[in-house]
Design a protein around this ligand. Structure first.
Ligand SMILES: [Zn+2]
Ligand SMILES: [Zn+2]
Length: 182
């Protein structure tokens, strides 16, 4: 597998948003490490045979990574429960995507202050009620809205934008930030 192919696969799965230039630099290595973490491989950033095999499987089988909550440092599954409070769903019409959780962990660790989640998973009805867009990534478990205690949304946003695998992020108000992944 060439470096360009590796970057293409990482990009396709939402881990890499740099140039497909065949130069396997720090951004490519970080993306590889993030993929490895999500798919239960040793997270060393080295794109070896095991990683090649796993990434081909993930693309070919359209395999969704499973969350290993033990590896999520600062957040619990309950914090991402749909906020319809059981009115329309069981709380988890889908599970959270591990990449979102890695990003939140990274941000929480960086700022060293509590992370407060206001929205993780949403069912269709809840999403509609709160005026979420129809194709919201919250419906797929691929988004989270959160704040970091004592930090402004602008500060948090600046940092989130530097992380690999972020598809889209914006400030919801002066404190809360939305982040989603591919
Ligand atoms: Zn719901
Ligand atoms: Zn959101």
């Amino acid at each position: 597998m060439t470096n360009k192919q590796k970057q293409c696969l990482l990009s396709y799965l939402g881990y890499y948003n740099g140039a497909i230039d065949g130069v396997f630099g720090s951004a490519s290595k970080e993306a590889t490490a993030a993929f490895q973490k999500d798919y239960g491989l040793e997270s060393d950033g080295i794109f070896g045979p095991k990683t090649q095999k796993k990434i081909k499987e993930a693309v070919c089988n359209d395999e969704q990574p499973q969350v290993n909550w033990d590896s999520v440092k600062y957040f619990d599954r309950e914090e991402f429960r749909c906020t319809c409070a059981g009115a329309h769903c069981s709380g988890f019409p889908v599970e959270m995507n591990p990449r979102v959780l890695s990003i939140l962990d990274e941000v929480r660790g960086h700022f060293g202050a509590a992370g407060i989640v206001s929205s993780g998973v949403r069912c269709e009805k809840r999403n509609a009620t709160i005026g979420g867009i129809a194709q919201s990534r919250h419906l797929l478990g691929k988004a989270a809205d959160f704040r970091i205690k004592g930090k402004s949304a602008a500060e948090v946003l600046t940092y989130v934008k530097t992380l690999p695998g972020v598809r889209y992020t914006y400030a919801i108000d002066s404190a809360y930030v939305h982040v989603d992944v591919e």
